[in-house]
Design a protein around this ligand. Structure first.
Ligand code: PMT
Length: 403
């Protein structure tokens, strides 16, 4: 049921840590891959050797051992999974999470992860009931951290009350609930992102200000809903999103080649800022600045249009082709004309005038234009634009859906 889903299991130092062995066994029984991070205190209750034997993976404890180039870095470790499970989550670790502390590998991983987090608290009932713990839980819930348990019952110290970690079976059920198949399960998606660079000579190029933030966020949002995403990216400074097949290209022609090579797909989203022109007299050698000579002329030739090409693929055409329109004036009017001209189904219009801060920024204010009309979305984070668009795509692609 959890076929191939990757769980990062963070184990902190409480007596309930012994149950993590059973938890790993049950997760693996359901074909999940489990990688463990332990705190120093956790190793007092459960040995890394036992965890490694059951998980079949190396167990991580020390932040600095990950700096070795043969190891994965702590950022990758924290993001290369579908879900982070913290079990047991002690009062201390929950407090560190709420405060944003990162003084060991476990807390660092929890601070840098961009994956959903499920915590299974376990502690003495007085610690559970303490206003500090409850305030920390409220903070974490506000940030989207889910919890399972704790249960009431006998506690390790011979007392009784709320604080027992949820049983492994309950934690597995919560994991399955969180990783249930998204609405885009079985859907193949292609996303273009970032700028293209058109060479003038081996050291110079014509480029643009796209950072790839919007396109990459769309790839991530589609994948979160279960789509199998191929991201084709021009040169950007962003890391390849975890778990998404990313193809790096430089020029518009390379981007087109990669897009066509990855058909058929169900949906294509062209968020890349593709250069409209390439340099037709690009030089194989570096152009020299000759004393007294005039600057060289750069001749331009049109690039192929990737969005228009994808829209006219006949039987290989994606069921839904979504373009973006980067405009600096008459945003909606120009975008509507672009949708007609390029033959795509939807176009997402955004203002890219310098005052908008759209290029390279974290926010965007877009208009979704389709045959049905135009929707004006408020200015929101690019990740929220991406999530909203991904849900719209899921609605369109579901049986009987439209948009
Ligand atoms: O990357 P960020 O910093 O996050 O910024 C995001 C963004 C502003 C780049 C993004 O939201 C956006 O608007 N992308 C499209 C930019 C663009 O090239 O717009 P356009 O109006 O020039 O092109 C219209 C559409 O045709 C786009 O879908 C574009 O990908 C596509 N196109 C354009 C030219 C070309 N040769 N081939 C194409 O496929």
């Amino acid at each position: 049921m959890l076929d191939g889903r990757r769980i990062l299991l963070v184990i902190s130092g409480g007596i309930a840590a012994y149950k993590s062995l059973e938890l790993i066994r049950r997760l693996r029984e359901r074909s999940a891959a489990v990688r463990c991070v332990v705190t120093a205190n956790a190793t007092q209750f459960v040995t890394p050797l036992a965890l490694q034997t059951l998980s079949g993976e190396k167990v991580f404890q020390d932040t600095f051992s990950l700096t070795d180039e043969h190891e994965i870095g702590h950022i990758t470790l924290a993001r290369d999974c579908d879900l982070v499970v913290v079990a047991p989550a002690t009062a201390n670790l929950l407090a560190k999470m709420a405060a944003g502390l990162a003084d060991d590998l476990a807390s660092t991983a929890l601070l840098v992860t961009d994956r959903p987090i499920l915590a299974a608290p376990a502690m003495n009932f007085r610690m559970w009931g303490h206003p500090a713990t409850q305030a920390n839980l409220a903070t974490l819930a506000g940030r989207g951290v889910r919890t399972v348990g704790p249960n009431a019952g006998p506690l390790a110290e011979g007392e009784s009350g709320i604080g027992r970690m949820a049983e492994p079976g309950e934690i597995v059920a919560a994991v399955e609930g969180l990783l249930a198949a998204g609405p885009l399960q079985g859907v193949k998606a292609l996303v273009t992102s970032g700028p293209t660079f058109e060479p003038i000579d081996p050291v110079r190029f014509i480029g643009n200000r796209s950072s790839g933030k919007q396109g990459h966020a769309i790839a991530v949002a589609l994948a979160r809903l279960g789509a199998e995403v191929t991201l084709i990216s021009g040169p950007v400074r962003l890391p390849d999103p975890a778990g998404i097949r990313t193809i790096a290209v430089e020029t518009a022609r390379e981007m087109l080649g990669a897009a066509l090579a990855n058909l058929p797909v169900d949906v294509a989203v062209c968020a890349a800022a593709v250069a409209d022109w390439t340099v037709s007299n690009a030089s194989r050698e570096k152009r020299k600045k000759e004393p007294g000579a005039p600057p060289p002329a750069i001749e331009l030739a049109p690039n192929p249009d990737i969005l228009a090409t994808l829209s006219e693929q006949g039987s290989a055409r994606p069921r839904l082709v979504v373009g973006f329109a980067a405009e600096t004036e008459k945003v909606v009017e120009h975008a509507r004309a672009k949708r007609e001209r390029k033959g795509c189904d939807w176009i997402v219009a955004n203002d890219v005038s310098p005052a908008s801060g759209t290029f390279g920024g974290d926010f965007n204010s877009v208009h979704l234009i389709s045959a049905a009309g135009t929707e004006d979305w408020p200015r929101i984070a690019k990740s929220d634009v991406a999530e909203r668009l991904a849900w719209r795509i899921a609605d369109f692609l579901k049986p009987g859906g439209h948009g």
